[in-house]
Design a protein around this ligand. Sequence first.
Ligand code: NAG
Length: 235
Amino acid sequence: MRMGQAIQRGRCSRPLSAARPMFLLFVVFLNLIGSSGAWNGEVPRRPRGFPARAECGADVDMDIFIDPLCPDCKAAWPTVKRLLNVYSTEELSIHIQLLPLPFHHYSYYACQATVAAARLNSSAVFPWLQTIFRYQDYFSTEATFAETTESVLERLVGLAPHAGLDTKQFSSAFYDSEVDLDTRLAFKYSCSRGMMGTPSFLVNGVEAGSGDWSIKEWKELLDPLMRRKGDSQYV
Ligand SMILES: *[C@@H]1O[C@H](CO)[C@@H](O)[C@H](O)[C@H]1NC(C)=O
């Protein structure tokens, strides 16, 4: 079932052939977690994820599971931004969740950099993702194949000014062990929600939509969910 969903169009889940054994291990890992459905970590202090904008108890909550190095996530990004323009903060809240996919070999580090950006300035997550999407091709598995990890990470951290961040501060946040731990937790959280492809969407807690949906398709789903004046808060 899950495998079937993972190969839907508009999802970044196509494994590279060389990475297939790793992908299969990942699937086994997900099944182990998925079979219990349990979250074994501590209860988070706040809902997990990076809010796209100030929160104020919106009608509809959307979680978007993203891998910064996933081309399908890059392709879906303009639509995500448009959703934020179409719907007000009272109507739609969006949380970005991170799901590094192992067949994009530098994804974990790209996620770690996203957590580092959030650590420095919570408003920097969107500009940071925008930046990493823009330079995504330079961090693909193919582009980095013959390069040392040190060199790739130096280039990654060097993107900081594009997101309005100070390179030195960003570098020390990136290499902070707590940022590493939080990135692991972000990955585990996405696994606990049964996610294995990106972009994936939860709308009010259930899987819906697709990375290749147009604004029109999103509006057809979301508009009827928006509360009208006088509606009960509990239906
Ligand atoms: C945080 O990031 C936002 C968006 O890039 C920027 O407008 C704001 O000035 C930053 N705040 C600080 C304290 O750097």
